[in-house]
Design a protein around this ligand. Sequence first.
Ligand SMILES: N=c1c2ncn([C@@H]3O[C@H](COP(=O)(O)OP(=O)(O)OP(=O)(O)O)[C@@H](O)[C@H]3O)c2ncn1[C@@H]1O[C@H](COP(=O)(O)O)[C@@H](O)[C@H]1O
Length: 106
Amino acid sequence: MADDFLDTLEATIRARKGADPASSYVAKLFGKGRAKIAQKLGEEATETVIAAVSESPQALASEAADLVFHLLVLLADAGLSLDDVRAELRRREGVSGIDEKASRSN
Ligand SMILES: N=c1c2ncn([C@@H]3O[C@H](COP(=O)(O)OP(=O)(O)OP(=O)(O)O)[C@@H](O)[C@H]3O)c2ncn1[C@@H]1O[C@H](COP(=O)(O)O)[C@@H](O)[C@H]1O
């Protein structure tokens, strides 16, 4: 599946900075600060793990959605974006490609 939706969601989340917390869950979360957002992400990670081992695939997808959503909020709070994550993953692919070539030549 293309990433367009995640990019749109990320833009919506960023646009909530400074918005009215009474009308926006994301604005309310931003208002609580980085530590609280990170704690929320940790809770969602735990719920995802529990769903993975003891719940239905649908429940796992639902918890995974909560997890990804809260990760986007944390990244936005830290001034980072999905593009930064993509760049890091691409960099690793390049590094592991070099490692593979090196091990093949040994
Ligand atoms: N994708 C989401 C999304 N996924 C999950 N959540 C919220 O994340 C929370 C999940 O945490 P919990 O299950 O623990 O529920 P909770 O008890 O309400 O959470 P806490 O009060 O304990 O923090 C719920 O309140 C969900 O509504 C989301 N809230 C908003 N979005 C999207 O984010 C964008 C901005 O939303 P607003 O800020 O609400 O305008 C919109 O595109 C929304 O569709």
